[in-house]
Each structure stands twice: as structure tokens, then as C-alpha cells.
Design a protein around this ligand. Structure first.
Ligand code: GLA
Length: 704
């Protein structure tokens, strides 16, 4: 098989490894010797080093100690392991935070942090930028050509924001550029005449503060955009010496799910590889959000199957940030974390399943936090490959080396793609705008992220490969595009939707869409604003029933999706009128009985659907089941999946790899459709017909 190096030219296999902090153990060299013995046993191939090692590398300003890292890098190379070498800015050495207090962040309350903790440096501080560049230059000079070096790990989990004087100035400069030095344009965009909030001078602009301005939504939104910009700018400073000195070494930084503070799509052009840190809380049932269908075949609690849907969404999101290229699972726990409310241990089988689920959605590496448990301080009880006991005779070590073996067996999956012709739109700017707006629900139940995941989950349960894109991405590669709650229409999105539908695409959106433009200014002339013509509806009012209240809706006889029966609506019920659209369902209760609850509009060769109210997950599953029956899309498996079983697919132009995953603690059986057997790579045997999945079992089948 010919392998196209998508992830990295040096690598044609799936990688396995962990965050490795030998800097904590330099006084115990026998521990480090043991680490290298154990890495082999655990079948590791990549270790992330140096993430928080600044104090060991530069214990005093300008005094550098690289000998220990030289030795580690050499040993990695000698043992056939790759290094994912970090820039150490995730945590500053004490001298930097103490001697240069301006590198400590200032909070929204304008209080400057004291030295301590991590991930809290001021991105605008010239000293911080200079010190980061200095250490990174040394790292690049020393290790840029090292045989162990595979890629750079830039800092760690960028996040948070700084409100210092430096950042205020940078914010104002960014605004001047955005509004082309036109303060009137800014005032209009921010609708600052409201409450007399008009700015007379750029110098009056201050970032949002709990004891200052939060009511000017345009300001809040631009501040959030600026924070993403400023973080990326800092990152550019960080990697400038790396790119200059070692231009062929790729770089990544690790994301955190749908972390609210950064628009990860903006990182697409600066990163070579996307990576993220996944910490699913398996076996910990939390209540799901209110669902009128719960108890009706729908989970009321977030069980392992439902949680797998969430984490599959996050994997798909990270993969989509880099336009479908395989990503790195940079961190995950080999057992449990020490920061979630309950540290439930992974049941036998779950570690393998959880790791292979990431691969199924496009991961080409499985890495852990952490290799070895630290002896003291904050994370001494966080799960690790090597426990305080220090040997390999543990269940967790066994699970980890099992995954190492499995990744070797399924190694030919490396570099393959997920063939998605469905996209779900998840857009950070839209999310910020929805979360910031006052009304129509102020109890947090507009729940944008959960809503997007609800729609995604319906496809996931059907085994339909799905991309997760934002409003700026092209739509034409997809058959179906679902954009729940596109409250904010970013420039060009409505036009692209219209073209997509006219050319034969299927578009689905919901209530609370087409309300504001990119400045958070409401569209005049009726909602859903620029989506009105493609959807063929006009929205007049939106009702927000109280918690526990529902409205009955019923599908109309003979509707083109063939749906029948009734369903409950809750939380947000849009009262719409059809213009060119046809109603598929109507409300049956309250004064808006008879108004459409779901519509379809034909435009050109395509279809634009509108769901006027939030429904439960069973109703959503029925809806999407009917939708994909009417508009067929690629599925991992053309067969019904038993509850608890998920199917995913990757392909490389030559082979198709089917991933069948059982998220239940009981065995399950899946009937492969006639003629779709293949070679199961983990156990190395041919399968077809009915396949039996063990509790938390997983199969990776290279289809015939
Ligand atoms: C994050 C960090 C790691 C570690 C883990 C613990 O992902 O990047 O350094 O703290 O959390 O789960």
C-alpha cells in the first residue's frame, strides 16, 4: 500500500506516547533509566517533553542548562522514539514572574496575579515575548536538527485573557485597524448610542469588566475576537525562531474541546497539525439537559454511549479545523483524572475503546497525560502510565501496552481520511454572540453548544461521518449542511447557503437563526434576515416556555419526509409564517397552534429545512433518519446499529476501514450487510455476517 504522508513525512504509522517530565526526576537518574525500559514495554513511539521545563532549562535569567535535555533527546533517538518537543511557556520560572511582574496577567477585575500556577502570562508584555523568543531560539538551535525531533508542541493549552495596560493598547490598535481608524464606524457597529455609551476617543475604550462595561455587546464580541488574535500573535512570536531555524519541523498546539475563550478555526492557517486533549468521564452518569423524550428510548443521563457522541464531536471538530487532516490526540488519561468531580476508573476494555474511538474519527496519535505520576504537588494523583508503585505490573500499564499493540496492528490506518458528506456548523463567534445576548432565555438554556451536539449526535448514531465546520468554510463538498441556531450570520454565509441549496444541497437550520449580523446588530425587515429567501419563511415572534413546559407539535399527513405522529417542543418555539416554504409539521398547542413547527423550501435543485422549535433527542433522531432516507449520504455501515454501538469509517483511496464500537457494558451483535465483510486488524481474522462485540469491544475492519 502506498502511504501519502499527510500527518508528517517521517511517519507512516499511528503513534503512541505521553507527556514526559524527566525534569522532575533529575535527582533520581535510576527513575529515568527505568522510564526508558518501561516505554519500550508500553510500546511507546512518541514522548512530549519539556512542556513545563523552563525552570530546569533556565534556572536563573540567562543561565541555561540543556545537558539533561540533550541526554533525554539522545536516549529517545537511541530507543527509536520521537520527541514532541515543547516550548516551555505553559508555566514561567519563578524568577520571570517575580522579577518581571508585568508578565503576570491582569484579570477582568484589573487585579494583577501574583507569581504562581501556570497558563497565566501576559501575551502583550514585551518582556514576556522577548523571554519566550530567547528560550525558544535556544531550543531551536540546539534541537532543531536532532534525529528524535518530530514536531514542536507550542506552549500548552493556550487560554485565558489579559486586561493589562499593554493589552488595552493592543486592543485599541486592533480596533483601529478593524474599523479603519473610523471611530464613528465603531460607534455605529457597537450601537453605542444606546445608554449614551458613545466613544469620543479611542483612548476611552477599555476591555469588558465586571465593574465596567458589559452592556455594549459589540465591544464584548470584538474583545473576544481580539483575544483569539492576541493569542495567535503571541504564538507567532513563540514559533518565529522555530520556523526560522528549523523550517521543516511542523508544529502544533493542544486544544481543549470547545473551549469558550478561543476561536480554534482561526488557528487553522498557523498550525501544521491540529491536536487536542480529551478527558471523557466514562462511567459517570450526569443528567442530560431536559428532554421531553427521555424515558422514551432516550437516555436521561449522559451514559457512555452519549458521552462517546460528545467526544466524537470534539474529535471531528479538531479534525475539521485542519480541513480533515489526521490530528493528534495530544493528551488523554490512561486511567482517571484528578480534577473531575469523580475519578471513576475505566472498566476493562474502555481504555482501548476510548483510544480507538479517537482513531476512528481521524486521530493518528494516541498520547497521554501523563507518563509517570509526579511524586508531589498538584497532579500527583492524576492517572499516569507509570504509577507511584513504579513498575509495569498494573492493570493500567497493561491497558496502555495493549493499546500500543493495537495501534501497531491497525497502523495501516495512518494518514487515511474520514469521508464526510455531512457538515454540522459550529461557530465560535456565533456562540459568543448567543451567550452574550440578553433574552430570549436567560437561564442558560439557549445552550448553543449542547444544541449543536444534539444535531450532530443524530448523525453519529446513524454511523454517518460528519465534519464540524464554522460559517466561514466552503459548503460545496457536502450533501447536507446542518447549522443549528445560526443567530449571527457572518459575512457571506447566507449567500453561500443560498448557492449551496440552489446547486442541489440540503440545508437544515433552526429557531433563533438569522437574527444579527457580525456586529451583533439585528437584521431589519424581519427574521431570519438574509436566510429568509432560502428558507421561504418569516419569523414573527419567539416564545420561551418555562422549564418543564412543552408545546405539542404534529407532522402533517403526506409530508414529503414521510414523518408521522407528534413530538414535544420546549425552551424556544419560533412562531413563523411560510412564504415560499411548505409546512411539514405544525404546533398543536397554545395561541400559535396551526403555525409551522417544521418547514421545507425548494430552491433550485436543493432543499432548505427549518425546525422552528427545540425538540427532544428521539424526535431529532426521527427527523434526521427521515432526512437521510430522502437525501442519502455516506454511512460507515449500511445496517441498523444496536443502541450503544457506533460505527465510523476512514479511507485512504485504496482501502476502507470500518470501526465498530460497543459503548455498552454488555456484549452486542452487529449484522454486517451482505458482501461487506473484511479483515479485522486487531485480532487478525476475516469477519463477515454477524459480528459479536464484547462489552466495550471494538473492531477495526479493512473491508474487502
Ligand atoms: C491539561 C494539561 C496537562 C494536565 C492535564 C490534566 O490537559 O495540559 O498539563 O494538567 O490537563 O488532566
Amino acid at each position: 500500500m502506498s502511504y501519502t504522508p499527510i500527518f508528517h513525512p517521517k511517519v507512516d504509522k499511528l503513534l503512541h506516547g505521553a507527556d514526559y517530565n524527566p525534569d522532575q526526576w533529575l535527582h533520581m537518574p535510576e527513575v529515568i533509566d527505568e522510564d526508558f525500559r518501561l516505554m519500550k514495554l508500553a510500546r511507546c513511539s512518541i514522548m512530549s517533553v519539556g512542556i513545563f521545563a523552563w525552570a530546569a532549562l533556565e534556572p536563573r535569567e540567562g543561565e541555561f542548562h540543556f545537558e539533561w535535555l540533550d541526554r533525554i533527546m539522545d536516549r529517545l533517538a537511541e530507543n527509536g522514539l520521537y520527541a514532541c518537543l515543547a516550548t516551555p511557556t505553559g508555566a514561567r520560572p519563578r524568577w520571570l514572574a517575580v522579577d518581571y511582574p508585568e508578565t503576570n496577567r491582569v484579570g477582568a477585575d484589573r487585579v494583577r496575579l501574583l507569581p504562581g500556577m501556570r497558563h497565566n502570562h501576559n501575551y502583550s508584555s514585551p518582556v514576556m515575548i522577548e523571554k519566550a523568543k530567547s528560550i525558544n531560539t535556544k531550543l531551536a538551535e540546539r534541537y532543531g536538527g536532532h534525529p528524535a525531533l518530530l514536531l514542536w508542541h507550542i506552549s500548552n493549552e493556550y487560554g485565558g485573557e489579559d486586561h493589562s495596560v499593554d493589552s488595552q493598547q493592543a486592543f485599541r490598535a486592533w480596533l483601529r485597524e478593524r474599523y479603519r481608524d473610523d471611530l464613528d464606524a465603531l460607534n455605529r457597529a457597537w450601537w453605542s448610542a444606546f445608554w449614551s455609551r458613545t466613544y469620543q476617543d479611542w483612548s476611552q475604550i477599555e476591555s469588558p469588566a465586571p465593574h465596567g462595561e458589559t452592556a455594549v455587546h459589540g465591544l464584548v464580541l470584538d474583545w473576544k475576537r481580539f483575544v483569539t488574535h492576541q493569542t495567535i500573535e503571541f504564538m507567532r512570536h513563540e514559533f518565529e525562531p522555530l520556523r526560522r531555524i528549523a523550517p521543516n519541523v511542523p508544529l502544533t498546539t493542544n486544544f481543549m474541546e470547545t473551549y469558550a475563550g478561543l476561536d480554534y478555526f482561526r488557528f487553522a492557517d498557523v498550525l501544521d497539525v491540529a491536536s487536542w486533549d480529551a478527558y471523557p468521564q466514562w462511567h459517570t452518569p450526569y443528567p442530560m439537559r431536559p428532554d421531553p423524550d427521555a424515558g422514551d428510548g432516550q437516555a436521561a443521563t449522559l451514559d457512555d454511549y452519549e458521552r462517546a457522541a460528545h467526544f466524537s464531536f470534539f474529535h471531528d471538530l479538531v479534525r475539521s479545523v485542519k480541513h480533515g487532516r489526521p490530528f493528534m490526540l495530544m493528551e488523554s488519561t490512561p486511567s482517571a483524572t484528578n480534577w473531575q468531580p469523580y475519578a471513576a476508573l475505566k472498566r476493562p476494555g474502555m481504555h482501548r475503546l476510548s483510544c480507538i474511538n479517537a482513531v476512528a474519527h481521524g486521530a493518528d496519535t494516541i498520547q497521554y497525560f501523563q507518563w509517570r505520576k509526579s511524586r508531589g504537588a498538584f497532579e500527583k494523583f492524576h492517572g499516569a502510565v507509570v504509577d507511584h508503585a513504579g513498575h509495569e505490573n498494573t492493570r493500567v500499564f497493561g491497558d496502555v501496552s495493549d493499546v500500543g499493540t493495537v495501534l501497531e496492528r491497525i497502523g495501516e490506518v495512518a494518514g487515511s481520511r474520514v469521508p464526510a458528506n455531512v457538515a454540522v456548523v459550529f461557530d465560535w463567534e456565533n456562540r459568543w454572540a448567543i451567550d452574550e445576548a440578553k433574552g430570549p432565555r436567560n437561564d442558560g438554556r439557549t445552550a448553543y453548544v449542547e444544541t449543536v451536539i444534539d444535531h450532530y449526535r443524530a448523525f453519529w448514531k446513524l454511523g454517518i461521518p460528519t465534519d464540524v465546520i464554522d460559517e466561514t468554510r466552503p459548503l460545496d463538498a457536502y450533501t447536507i449542511v446542518v447549522a443549528p441556531m445560526v443567530y449571527m450570520l457572518r459575512p457571506g454565509f447566507a449567500e453561500r447557503v443560498e448557492k449551496f441549496v440552489a446547486a442541489g444541497g440540503v440545508f437544515v437550520t433552526t429557531y433563533w437563526s438569522g437574527i444579527v449580523d457580525e456586529s451583533d446588530l439585528c437584521f431589519l425587515g424581519g427574521f431570519p434576515g438574509p436566510l429568509r429567501s432560502v428558507l421561504g419563511i418569516r419569523s414573527e415572534e419567539i416564545d420561551a416556555p418555562a422549564p418543564g413546559e412543552t408545546r405539542r407539535c404534529r407532522y402533517l399527513d403526506g409530508n414529503p419526509l414521510g414523518l408521522s405522529g407528534s413530538f414535544s417542543a420546549l425552551e424556544l418555539c419560533d412562531v413563523v409564517h411560510t412564504e415560499s416554504a411548505t409546512a411539514l409539521a405544525t404546533y398543536e398547542s397554545d395561541f400559535y397552534a396551526g403555525h409551522p413547527a417544521a418547514t421545507v423550501n425548494r430552491l433550485g435543485d436543493g432543499f432548505a429545512y427549518y425546525l422552528a422549535a427545540r425538540s427532544g433527542n428521539r424526535a431529532l433522531s426521527q427527523w434526521y433518519g427521515a432526512l437521510v432516507a430522502a437525501h442519502p449520504v455516506r454511512r460507515a455501515l449500511d445496517a441498523p446499529l444496536p443502541a450503544g454501538v457506533a460505527a465510523a469509517v476512514r479511507e485512504n483511496g485504496e482501502h476502507t476501514f470500518l470501526f465498530v464500537q460497543n459503548f455498552r457494558s454488555t456484549a452486542s451483535e452487529v449484522e454486517l450487510p451482505h458482501g461487506s465483510g473484511g479483515f479485522e486488524l486487531i485480532d487478525g481474522k476475516h469477519v463477515d455476517g454477524s459480528i459479536e462485540l464484547a462489552p466495550y469491544g471494538v473492531m477495526v475492519i479493512r473491508l474487502d
